[in-house]
Unconditional design. Sequence first.
Length: 490
Amino acid sequence: MGLFNIFKKGKKSDMSEGELFRYETDLMTEDEGIVGEVEHGGPSSEDRDKRGRDRSDSHCSFVMGVLDATEVKGTDDLVVTGYVKGNVRSGITVGAIYYGDDNKSMSPAMIRDIEIDGKSVDTASDCHVTLMLEGAVDSDIRTGSTLYTRDMGSDTIHDAYVAAISETYVKDKALDISDEEIKMLTITDCSEIWRLNNWYITHEGKDEDDATKEARKTRLEKIIIALKDKILQAEEIYYVHDKNTGEAHLYSQTFEKGNDDYICTPPNIMIVSKAYRKHYRKLYNTDNTELAIVRNGKDKMGIHNFLAGNFLYNGACGVAVNAVQVSIMAGILVEKPDNSGIPIENIPVTNPNLVRWLLLIGQLDSPKEDKEAALSFKLYYRFMGEELMKSRLIIPMKHQGEDDKDDSEDTDFGIATMKGKNSKEAVIMYTDWRRLRSEYGKDWDGMVHRVSGLIGKFDCALNPTKYPAAGMYLTEDMYKGIVKMVKSDR
C-alpha cells in the first residue's frame, strides 16, 4: 500500500557515518537458523519413532514446572516442588531447562526420591509433588525451570514454564517479589509475569480486596522498571520488521467509538526476547514482515538508539514486549529531548506525528478489497492530513559554484526534484534529516518549508526512498482535499 503511486529515484550517496542514531540491525534469513538454538524436547517425533524412547526415562513421560527450589543442608542435593503432568518415577535422569533465560539448557538431573503430601512414593502422576534431585545444587534450577522427559515437545515445556511463573509470582506471591528475585528474572520472565497478572486480575483475582489490588499495581510498577533496565542492557533483542516500509512494524487496533466514529490505539512496535525468538520467527516471517535483530554493541547504546529512532522519528508511542498486552510507554524507555527555550530554527526537524500515519498507511493491504483495512485507511488518512498541514519538512538543497565565487557573492543553489505526474515537477521533501541523509550525502544541505507554500506550483514527494510505501506523492488536488477534510472535522 502507501501513498506513493509513482516513484523515481533521485541522486543518492551513502549515509554519513556517526551523524544519525546508529544501531546494528541484521535481518534473519530462512536458512540462517537462530543463534544459540536449543532443541527443547530432545529428538523430534520422527527420530523418536526410529530410535524408541531413551532408556533412562522408560515407562515415564512427564513435564514439571518448578515452583520452588531449596538446597538440602550438608549435601549437594536440591529439593524442588511443582505439578507433574504425566507420569514420573524415582531413579530416572531427566532433562532440565530454563525457558525464560534465552532457552538456557542445564545439566540433566537424577530424581532420587519423590514425595506426595510428605510420603515417599516410587511414582506419581498428574499431581503436586516434591522431588529430590541428586547433586543438583549447582545446576541453577529455580522457580520457572522445567524438568522433562525427552518425548516432551517445546510447546509443552513452554506451557509448564508459564504455569510455574503464574502460580508462584502472580497467584501465590501477588507480585510481592524480592529485589534479589527480580535481579534473577529475565526479560521473558518479566513480560510473562506482567501478561499473566493482567489476565489474573480480570479473571481469578477479580474479587481480590482493594488493598491487594493496590499492592499489585505498586509491585507491577517495580517489575516494569526492572523490565525496562533489562531491555536496555540486553546483548540483543529482536523486533518485527515491516518489509513494505523498511521500518519496525507499528501495531494499532481500530475500534468504533459510536455514531459511526472510530478511534485507534496508540501504535507500538513489537520487540521479542531472545528466549522467544524461535516462536516469533515462525509467526512473523511472512510476506509483509520478518523478525530482525538489534545488537546492543560494546557501548550498550544500540538498543537505546534503536528505540529512540522509532519514538522520535517514526512516532511509535511505546514498545510491546512479547505480547500486545505488555506495553511500555516510550517515555519510560527513552527520555524525550527538552527543546524548551530553543529557537524553532535551531530545533532538529522531526515529524514523528506525521510519519506514524504514513507508516501505518504503508503497512495496509489492499484497502479497496478489505473492509477493515479500508476503515483503518480512512482513519489514518484523516490523522495524517491533520499533521501534514502543520509539518515543517526539509527540501534537499545543493549549493552550486561555491569554488568560483568569493565570500561577497551570493551562491546559487538547486533543490532536489523528480519527474511527477502529467509532466509536472515534484519537489522532494523529507520529514527528518535521517531520511534525507539516507538518500543524499553531505554535499547536500536542506531548507525547511511547508507543503502549503509549494503545492500551487509543484507536486510534492514526501520521503522518497527505496521503500515507496513509507512515503507519499502529493498533488494540488490531493492537498486541497486534505484541507477540506480537516476543516470539516473541526
